[in-house]
Design a protein around this ligand. Structure first.
Ligand SMILES: *Cc1c(COP(=O)(O)O)cnc(C)c1O
Length: 399
């Protein structure tokens, strides 16, 4: 069955009333006929019918055994880390999402879990950094913001030969582009805040496990720690997922054209997008992903913080904000925003130049998006007479 059809039809019609939209069960507890005799629900931290509909939906979409919904992407990630014990090691992709880095390094390292950050596009490096203590390999592919692509299937093989589990943070790709469990991963995690919910209106996280055994462990942590997703937010996420396939297709087709436009603009130095032939992992991305994604990063010929700063303030449709995956286009300047706290040498080492801009492409009409970027980029061309900068304009107004 086609994905679009499947998504819409794996949502159950409410057995009680026939409601075609999943009802929001805003309840904390469920009346029991006799002690421990119930309809599968007893207390809403442990289980809730609205949350369960979302959990079943994501398990279906990722092709896993069971799904679990959490209050944020990081709460979902945290639930996986709680499967570890002191002395265990994680081998993680080096340009990992900043929030995951913070959680790994500043919360779990002090509990005696060691994290080795490795360039996972290099399989030799992965192999060399595995030890008998490596419990998890933690991948993101494509990564944020430079869109490096790692080989899920080959890394799953390395993980399993070593007795480790492979976790893939599938936030950037979404299950429309890639299904890590089918490629051998053991656990998939999502910040559903991004593509899955898709409308920049909810914070949510999801976990899907390949096996029953891992499902039981995650279920235990979900109930024991209690970082669950509320019924209303579960409903919003289900509603978002209903249009996931359509949104992602449009975002990806817009993004490819925008990446090609950027590549030939005089003000642009380098474009990172797996759909471009110039991308180092273009061939792998073609094999591993259905499309190339809705996120693009690019640097400017004038590689300064100031140039990046000016550019992000001159677009009109691309709004300046952190986050990604929503229907409206966003842009951000990692050096001043998401990676501000990263030491400059580290930032440069992972390829985040001073002028690097990250775009999250939305579902607007392609022509409007390109026109917006063109007018912004034309303004920073050294040959043109520059418009006064925003700061200058503000000052001019102040005096
Ligand atoms: C945003 C994000 C997260 C964290 O998710 P929240 O919903 O913000 O907690 C984790 N991983 C990736 C790749 C992300 O982009």
């Amino acid at each position: 069955m086609n994905e679009v059809t499947k998504i819409l039809h794996c949502l159950p019609v409410d057995p009680l009333t026939g409601a075609i939209s999943v009802p929001i069960y805003q309840t904390s507890t469920f009346v029991q006929e006799a002690p421990s005799v119930n309809k599968g629900f007893d207390y809403a931290r442990s289980n809730n019918p609205t949350r369960k509909a979302l959990e079943d939906l994501i398990a279906d979409l990722e092709g896993g055994y069971a799904g679990f919904a959490f209050a944020s992407g990081l709460a979902a990630i945290d639930s996986i880390l709680k499967l570890l014990k002191t002395g265990d090691e994680i081998l993680a992709v080096d340009d990992i999402y900043g929030g995951s880095f913070r959680l790994f390094t500043h919360v779990y390292e002090k509990l005696g879990i060691r994290i080795r950050y490795v360039d996972t596009t290099n399989l030799e490096e992965v192999y060399r950094n595995l030890t008998h203590r490596t419990r998890l390999i933690w991948l993101e592919t494509p990564t944020n913001p430079t869109l490096k692509v790692s080989d899920i299937q080959r890394i799953a093989e390395l993980a399993h030969q070593n007795g480790s589990l492979l976790v893939v943070d599938n936030t950037f790709a979404s299950p429309i582009l890639q299904k890590p469990l089918a490629l051998g991963a053991d656990i998939v995690v999502h910040s559903a805040t991004k593509y899955l919910a898709g409308h920049s209106d909810v914070i949510a996280g999801l976990v899907v496990t390949a096996s029953q055994e891992l499902a039981e462990q995650v279920k235990f942590v979900q109930n024991a720690s209690g970082g669950i997703l509320a019924p209303w937010d579960s409903w919003l996420t289900i509603r978002g997922i209903s249009t996931l396939a359509l949104r992602v297709e449009k975002q990806c087709s817009n993004a490819l054209k925008i990446a090609q436009f950027l590549e030939q603009h005089e003000a642009v130095e380098e474009v990172h997008y797996p759909g471009l032939k110039s991308h180092p992992s273009h061939a792998l991305a073609q094999l591993q992903q259905k499309y190339f994604g809705g996120v693009i990063a690019f640097s400017l010929k004038e590689d300064t913080i100031q140039a990046g700063h000016e550019l992000v303030q001159t677009t009109k449709l691309f709004k300046l904000a952190e986050s990604l995956g929503g229907v409206k286009s966003l842009l951000c300047h990692p050096a001043q925003m998401t990676h501000k706290a990263t030491p400059v040498e580290v930032r440069h080492k992972v390829g985040i130049k001073d002028s690097l801009i990250r775009l999250s492409v939305g579902i607007e009409h392609l022509d409007d998006l390109i026109a917006d970027l063109k007018q912004a980029l034309d303004q920073i061309l050294p040959t043109t007479v520059k418009e006064p900068t925003t700061t200058f304009r503000k000052l001019a107004r102040a005096v």
